[in-house]
Design a protein. Structure first.
Length: 338
């Protein structure tokens, strides 16, 4: 891995600064949503309707132990290392190598950076060098098959339809990003990860019970519940495109706090093979009354065109970049699997 002379947020956090650098301060219009009423609310029972995806109970399996071991071995121990040790595993974003230890080094269109560190790595039975992460990858791959089957049936299709479309059992790729949010002296002015949707098919998020994930739900930002021994599952842009918008991708962001409590999450992205997958609505979902909303693109081309695109306006999805309009997140799919 390449070394880096970048000032990491971990160094800023431990330096004793009382005010964050200006490049980390969010735009004024976004700050309003961060301090406004409802930002830290969870979804109330009154807001829950028939469109809610049910909880999936995994307590009768050994899945939880796999999660715990994987979480302990990947992420926690690494981010406990001194920054100079972590720098030995730094990625080289300038050359296009994003795997390894890093932080956002380029400002977005509005000029902001994000208050986070991360470790990005390929993830799967063939890539994981630690036994527990290999087992975790195998378990997640099987879980992805089950979720995609449920979503296919929801569209009135054969169970295996969506999985085939995103690469099938052999070609669906798993990638892990471990997000680390150090304490921040002014959490009301910045974000760990700015608002965005995931381009992948599905995202599975493991957390350490410290709330940091927020979802844009029915016109406001709400906090995702931290349920013990659970995974948060989100639908990404790929499924929204394939389903012609019947399943909505999740607009989400990561917040930070002033406390010393470590905030860390393990996100696994299920992606179709880049060059071999054309993202366009499934023929079975298109009709005269519901024409295609998005022109065909390979997954790789879409990823290249949207990798630096982040939405400052709540309620916009990355799939909106296809046709230059805002896509309301009215029925997003995010569920807690425990």
């Amino acid at each position: 891995m390449a070394t880096s002379s970048v000032v990491r947020v971990e160094n800023l956090a431990s330096s004793g600064i009382q005010a964050i650098p200006k490049e980390y301060i969010r735009p004024q219009k976004e700050l309003t949503s961060m301090i406004g009423h409802g930002v830290f609310e969870e979804v109330s029972k009154e807001d829950q309707g028939p469109d809610q995806v049910p909880t999936i109970d995994l307590k009768e399996t050994d899945f939880q132990e796999q999660l715990k071991r994987a979480a302990m071995e990947w992420g926690q121990a690494f981010f406990d290392l001194p920054v100079e040790e972590k720098e030995k595993y730094a990625n080289d974003q300038a050359s296009g190598n994003v795997e390894g230890y890093g932080s956002k080094l380029t400002n977005n269109a509005s000029g902001q950076l994000e208050w986070e560190g991360y470790f990005d790595l390929p993830f799967g039975p063939k890539h994981s060098v630690i036994t527990s992460t290999s087992e975790y990858a195998t378990q997640l791959r099987e879980l992805a098959t089950k979720i995609l089957s449920i979503l296919s049936l929801g569209l009135g299709l054969e169970e295996e339809r969506l999985e085939k479309e995103v690469g099938g059992l052999e070609e669906l790729l798993l990638k892990m990003k471990i997000n680390y949010y150090p304490k921040c002296p002014q959490p009301e002015l910045t974000l760990g990860v700015e608002a965005h949707t995931d381009l992948c098919a599905l995202t599975f998020i493991l957390h350490n019970m410290v709330p940091c994930l927020q979802l844009f739900y029915r016109g406001k930002w709400v906090r995702a519940k931290c349920v013990p021994d659970s995974i948060i599952m989100q639908v990404g842009d790929t499924i929204e495109i394939l389903s012609i918008g019947k399943y909505k991708s999740i607009l989400h962001r990561g917040v930070v706090n002033k406390e010393k409590v470590l905030r860390i999450s393990w996100a696994v992205f299920c992606e179709p093979p880049g060059e071999n997958t054309i993202l366009e609505p499934l023929p079975e979902t298109v009709s005269e009354t519901e024409p295609p909303l998005f022109p065909p693109r390979t997954f790789q081309r879409t990823a290249c065109s949207t990798q630096n695109l982040r939405e400052d306006e709540p309620g916009c999805s990355l799939v909106g970049s296809y046709h230059q309009v805002s896509c309301g997140i009215s029925y997003p799919i995010c569920t807690c699997i425990c």
